[in-house]
Unconditional design. Structure first.
Length: 584
């Protein structure tokens, strides 16, 4: 693959890798600290995760590695199982990454990339907003120079630190706040300059020049001089069971965020991606990270956008980023040793601010209040109960609202717009209707949750319109039909025919007709009761109703040329629907 690269492509890939690594090195250390792990762990993960992903995926833009939201989930999932920063904490974090990797890889093998779709957009916005606040609050001890063990802080309950703000030290606080200011202001002046790297170099140099680390300023400290040997985490089966809910949550968030980024970047370049291949790549990347004692990873939006803007041409930048991180880790260890932790905390807080999307939250609330309720409930549950619980709340609320909406689906009685063959909702348009023939449109799949609703709605129409003899069910919007719905239709047909009425179907799509055929429902209805369009069914309906009523009492008709419709017996009752092609 790389043998055919031109000099221009090599040059573009090289520059893109340098731009990404300048952002990734400070972020990796900062996000590792967010996960409760030594900063060097973030560098190790940044070295191996891109290699694992690039081995299976040809995506040239997606940059995988440490991500703030995933690291916060890691810290929340490990809370109560070990002491942050301890050897057991590191082993559990690696075990969690291993579980996430296995889960994503298996989902990729069975081509189950659709699972992330269950986390809807409103739930994602609410979850990200709460996670942003938790992330920012969790970094206050490092930002203010407070010992983490003295504040009672945890990843899911960082608020006790507010009681200790009066104990803040001015030096780390000034460094941290200045880092946030640089990260906000510098990109507006010069977008190509990596603000986090500038802050690290500036304050790291100041710390070394004035020996500030000797005054008690917390810094990164010494980094290992050798690459760790790959190994499996030393954990028990009970530990794996305890970590399983968090692993599922991380897998959903990791894949959902990564596939959204991948699709957006691919669309910009008019390219296609394979969602299942992305699952396999993320699984491999997480397994590689776990093998070196790392933590779960995902795709980074900021670094992926930077990769695109820097002009990456192939997968080579991902490999080069791993090489640059290794060079920085083993060649610049003395530089990182004096880097203040408050600077890394400022980088994390600035990254967390990007998760807050108030504009999109307002748009969701205006568009649909039920989606707004899902967003707010997810936000409140994440803040009040925890990350995993908040994510589960978002999933359950979204599924519950979906079931509620489909259990009572939207239906509309249709009439003809005068002078046309177009039929529309009688509540929204000025239309003509026929008292003896009703047309009811159903706009949802029919299944066990709404089968009874459909029965009640049909009988309600007959009760409200005593002159109605035929009901035409316009079901072009019915995408699926289960056995419970079929039984409901069978009950309706039998009940209507017992009192001299009848039911017709209009526009059933292929999968629905297949179900009707397999269950024998098409034979019960009869070929003359299934029509492709309303216009096609109109002659049949008009031949079966009272012609005297239509001529003397029906001032308007739902059907054109009503007086030219043949009388009863003048049509055979055979509809064009009988000649439907199974492929339609």
């Amino acid at each position: 693959m790389f043998r055919r690269l031109s000099f221009a492509e090599l040059r573009a890939d090289l520059l893109a890798s340098i731009a990404v690594v300048a952002l990734e090195v400070p972020q990796a250390m900062a996000y590792a600290m967010l996960a409760g792990l030594p900063p060097v762990t973030g560098l190790l993960v940044s070295m191996v995760a891109p290699l694992g992903y690039a081995a299976l995926v040809r995506d040239r833009y997606l940059s995988v590695g440490p991500v703030a939201l995933i690291c916060l989930l890691v810290a929340g999932g490990l809370h109560g199982l070990a002491e942050p920063g301890s050897a057991r904490w590191v082993e559990l974090a690696a075990a969690l990454g291993l579980e996430v990797g296995v889960l994503l890889f298996v989902l990729g093998l069975v081509r189950a990339g659709f699972v992330a779709n269950f986390l809807g957009h409103p739930a994602t916005i609410g979850f990200n907003g709460a996670a942003a606040l938790l992330t920012a609050a969790s970094q206050i001890p490092a930002l203010c120079g407070l010992p983490a063990d003295s504040t009672g802080n945890t990843a899911e309950n960082p608020w006790p630190v507010v009681l200790h703000l009066g104990e803040s030290q001015w030096l780390p606080l000034s460094f941290g706040l200045a880092t946030i200011v640089i990260a906000i202001v510098l990109p507006r002046i010069q977008r190509r300059v990596p603000a986090p790297l500038v802050a690290c170099v500036l304050f790291g140099a100041a710390t070394a020049m004035f020996s500030l680390h000797s005054t008690g300023l917390a810094t990164v400290g010494d980094l290992p001089s050798t690459f760790p040997r790959p190994h499996l985490p030393n954990v028990s089966l009970a530990d794996l069971r305890a970590l399983a809910p968090t692993a599922v949550s991380i897998a959903i968030v990791s894949y959902g965020g990564s596939i959204a980024i991948a699709k957006a970047l691919a669309a910009k370049q008019r390219e296609r991606i394979d969602p299942d291949r992305v699952l396999l790549g993320l699984g491999t990347a997480n397994l590689a990270a776990a093998a070196v004692g790392g933590f779960a990873i995902s795709a980074s939006l900021s670094r992926s956008l930077l990769m695109l803007q820097a002009g990456a041409r192939t997968r080579l930048p991902s490999l080069l980023v791993a090489c640059w991180v290794a060079a920085a880790m083993f060649g610049l260890s003395p530089v990182f040793r004096v880097l203040p932790l408050a600077v890394l905390a400022g980088i994390v807080i600035h990254g967390a601010l990007g998760l807050l999307d108030l504009r999109e939250a307002r748009a969701i609330w205006r568009a649909r209040r039920s989606d707004g309720a899902t967003m707010l409930l997810t936000f409140a549950a994440t803040l009040g109960l925890g990350l995993v619980e908040g994510l589960a709340t978002g999933l359950l609320v979204a599924l519950g609202l979906f079931v509620a909406r489909t259990a009572a689906p939207h239906t509309a009685e249709l009439g003809r717009i005068p002078g046309s063959l177009v039929y529309r909702n009688t509540q929204r348009f000025a239309v003509e209707t026929c008292p003896q023939v009703g047309i009811l449109r159903v706009d949802a799949p029919l299944y066990f949750a709404n089968a009874r609703f459909l029965e009640d709605r049909i009988h309600q129409m007959f009760a409200e319109r005593p002159d109605m003899q035929i009901l035409a069910l316009e079901c072009s919007g019915v995408g699926d039909l289960d056995s419970t719905a079929v039984q409901a239709l069978r009950n309706v047909v039998i009940a209507l025919r017992a009192r001299g009425n009848d039911l017709h179907l209009v526009g059933p799509i292929g999968p629905v007709r297949d179900v009707l055929a397999k269950t024998g429902m098409d034979r019960l209805l009869g070929a003359g009761n299934i029509h492709r369009t309303i216009v096609e069914g109109a002659p049949v309906w008009m031949s079966r109703i009272s012609r005297h009523y239509c001529e003397h009492r029906c001032r308007v008709s739902a059907f054109p040329d009503c007086t030219s419709i043949p009388r009863v017996g003048e049509v055979t009752g055979r509809s064009e629907a009988a000649r439907f092609s199974p492929q339609i």
